[in-house]
Design a binder for this molecule. Sequence first.
Ligand SMILES: Cc1cc2nc3c(=O)[nH]c(=O)nc-3n(C[C@H](O)[C@H](O)[C@H](O)COP(=O)(O)OP(=O)(O)OC[C@H]3O[C@@H](n4cnc5c(N)ncnc54)[C@H](O)[C@@H]3O)c2cc1C
Length: 303
Amino acid sequence: RQDRLGVVVRRIEFDHALAKEAIARGIEVRDGCAVETIVVGDDGVRVTTADGEVISARAIVGADGVGGIVRRQAGFARGELRAQVVELDTEAVPQDLPRDTVVFDFDTRDLNGYTWDFPTIVNGEPLVCRGAYVIRNLGPDDARARIGAYLAARGLDPKRYRHKQFAERGFEPGAEIAVPRVLLVGETAGIDIATGEGIGQAIEYGSIAGRYLADALAYDDLGFTDWRRTVAHHHLGWQLALRHALYRVFYSHRRARIEPLMPSMHQLFRVGVQDFAGAPMSRLAIMRGAGQLLAAYTRAKLA
Ligand SMILES: Cc1cc2nc3c(=O)[nH]c(=O)nc-3n(C[C@H](O)[C@H](O)[C@H](O)COP(=O)(O)OP(=O)(O)OC[C@H]3O[C@@H](n4cnc5c(N)ncnc54)[C@H](O)[C@@H]3O)c2cc1C
């Protein structure tokens, strides 16, 4: 257990704060302004909005999330790694852990994903945000059925709560995330498929893209041929690559063999939790974690 790992924030409040910060920095933010078409040409990009306005730009950044149009209209592949999420808010139940705890529950072994309980406050009322994260490309499954079973096991009637359903797109190592004049970031490019985490990742994509674009525009070099390599060389790139590797190992036939070894890898978990919290990871902790992983692997081989 580690204190002060983070805070639970309602998305509507978080996005509002982010938009206010962008406006304060002189960025024009247009709300309720849908982009309908983008046409990428040799000398620029033409963007048409739902109210008919046409905007010409030297380049476009696809930051329009899992259901956006940039990826589709600029001709990128759809992407293989997909998850389904169902989320709802309920009152607390006696089985819940203390309210300063966030729960990622991997107990159900035939679920490629997890269920969660996060304490939350809605209109001043303390509630629990619960949800099911289901990786769909690994086989047919249904997040609604999963959260239904999860609620029933806690004595909650699923029919009493408004279910909100979403999709998520995972980052695929090696997949294209740029073409000339079009740069993909955030969930348009792909986020962590192992956990469905994407907020910190989207912000990190943004901070890398800002500097990258400033140089590209200054040198009028808008081919974006090294965008994938640039991301790969940052913390974000190796975090996404590592989590993709973990996804492949954990959600596989090896899961039953790996789970019993996990309690002996507490250093590795500590490093993972630090990364989850956005804290810098100490090299010593990484080395200790790697040592524990090696020892656990050797023990499993000898057993
Ligand atoms: C239920 C749920 C819970 C989650 N919980 C967490 C969590 O606890 N922690 C975490 O790290 N991640 C979480 N995620 C994942 C996270 O929300 C996303 O990965 C993250 O928001 C991606 O950020 P983004 O900026 O790339 O895209 P988004 O946040 O999806 O933003 C895309 C924006 O583009 C806009 N847009 C789309 N199409 C158009 C268009 N045609 N014209 C104009 N604008 C357009 C959208 O309106 C939206 O504002 C959760 C996801 C879900 C579904």
